[in-house]
Design a binder for this molecule. Structure first.
Ligand code: SF4
Length: 449
């Protein structure tokens, strides 16, 4: 489930061969830019050039709005910024060796290969938070992912373990699209509209459901209001849980995961209004809201929004017999045009289980797709989007930051610690535990309809 990395013992030559870095194909961004792609060639710049700029930085989220007050990464010392890849490699390996079991490195599937090669575990956000528990001697958990993932790891780890995010600017544009104040305002409006009393079957008017890709504050909101957390692997089971307890669901922040999941459960699109914050009834009529089963927050992932039906048609034309698998954060028309859809774990397992000679077109983040292609030379694996455009914020975890946090740990210093206050963590854990109580974890959503 959590592949153990060979990083500390893999010879340099092997690692060179297995690295499938988008850095090596970054020129595709320049082609894309000429073709009007939303991804900027500034991605090829060093991340500290972007840390001082407002916004998420180049990559898929570069046009998304960064909320005021988002964490900012200070400039790291010159010795790390100017170090060559070979020097960083030596320093990271030396620090890891001297820290031994005192540190565990977690790498998300979407992380760049230059960084993920050092990870002890590679997986999705929840798998990684759980994986850290298997290293009880670890005093530090270095999370090569984004901010909400580090928060979750902090809430699920011991108090004496420090969770470190190597670059504080690595947020998540989707998670940032739902803030606590806006969700509270929505909740108050829904209470005024639907009331707060249960119906004859004991079901409350609304159950809040938050995707794992959300702040700890929103997980806490769900814990306090009878709600629950979901992942892209168990969203169907979570919605079943919610509908057993509520007449309707408020799903945030990703409208696409909510829509794709509910549609597969037979809920018509007309009963899934999108809630736009700061508009009366989220911009919907009272009649529409009266009929709503799933109220979808307006959020989205700019990585998965890039995939289109046209790309699927192109893949089918170019690779007859291709198996198209997309992530449920993609728009519904893309999910419906694909052969299958499912979480990152589903995509990975589908490729692993296929007979040699498979041809896959995958609709998820480019670092994961390129890594799968590199790890499975027995298959032909391509990204649906031919333009290299990674997740802007994952991409901020350059090996220089990793070397910086690890060498600080060697000196006994903890930098970039992510801490969730207990007042937030306690109710957030309630929402997480409700999810964990749903066993077994449901299979990913599977065939498109
Ligand atoms: S891929 Fe999308 S959801 Fe995942 S961290 Fe990046 S912006 Fe957030």
């Amino acid at each position: 489930m959590f592949p153990q990395r060979r990083s500390r013992v893999t010879p340099q030559a092997d690692r060179e061969w297995t690295l499938a870095s988008v850095d090596r194909t970054i020129q595709l961004i320049r082609i894309g830019e000429q073709q009007g792609s939303s991804c900027s060639s500034a991605l090829a710049d060093d991340p500290w050039e972007n840390d001082v700029q407002p916004g998420y930085g180049p990559g898929a989220s570069q046009r998304d709005h960064l909320p005021t007050g988002s964490p900012v990464q200070g400039v790291i010392p010159r010795e790390y910024r100017q170090a060559s890849a070979a020097e960083l490699d030596l320093r990271i390996r030396a620090a890891r060796h001297s820290l031994g079991e005192k540190v565990v490195l977690l790498g998300h599937f979407y992380q760049r290969d230059e960084t993920i090669q050092y990870a002890d575990f590679v997986g999705d956000s929840f798998q990684l938070a759980q994986a850290a528990k298997t290293r009880p001697k670890a005093e530090a958990i270095v999370f090569c992912g984004v901010h909400f993932m580090a928060e979750t790891a902090d809430m699920l780890s011991r108090d004496d373990q420090a969770v470190i995010l190597p670059n504080l600017a690595a947020g998540c544009s989707m998670a940032d699209m739902a803030d606590l104040d806006s969700v509270q305002d929505c909740w108050d409006e829904l209470a005024a509209l639907y009331g707060t009393e249960p119906d004859a079957d004991g079901r409350v008017p609304v159950i809040p459901v938050t995707y794992m890709n959300s702040s700890a504050a929103l997980k806490a909101f769900c814990g306090e209001h009878g709600g629950i957390v979901c992942t892209s692997s168990n969203a169907t089971r979570v919605l079943d849980w919610a509908f057993a307890r509520g007449q309707r669901v408020l799903f945030f922040p990703d409208q696409h995961l909510g829509r794709n999941t509910a549609f597969a459960m037979g809920i018509p699109l007309e009963q899934m209004p999108v809630w736009q914050p700061e508009q009366h009834l989220g911009g919907n009529s009272e009649a529409l809201m009266g009929d709503a089963r799933v109220i979808l927050w307006h959020g989205f992932c700019s990585v998965h929004k890039r995939f289109t039906v046209e790309q699927i048609k192109h893949a089918r034309h170019r690779h007859p017999g291709v198996r198209v698998i997309v992530h449920p954060e993609c728009p519904i028309e893309v999910v419906q045009a694909a052969d299958e859809y499912g979480s990152t774990d589903y995509i990975k397992k589908a490729i692993e289980a296929a007979a040699p000679g498979g041809v896959f077109a995958i609709g998820t983040e480019i670092n994961m797709v390129q890594r799968l292609a590199s790890e499975h030379p027995e298959h032909t694996i391509v990204c649906l989007d031919s333009i290299i455009c990674p997740c802007s914020t994952m991409y901020r975890i350059h090996p220089s930051y990793l070397a910086w946090v690890l060498e600080a740990l060697e000196r006994g210093e903890i930098v970039n610690r992510i801490t969730v206050p207990e007042s937030v963590a306690v109710p957030a854990r309630i929402a997480l535990e409700r999810m964990l109580s749903l066993s077994p974890v449901a299979a990913p959503t599977g065939q498109a309809q």
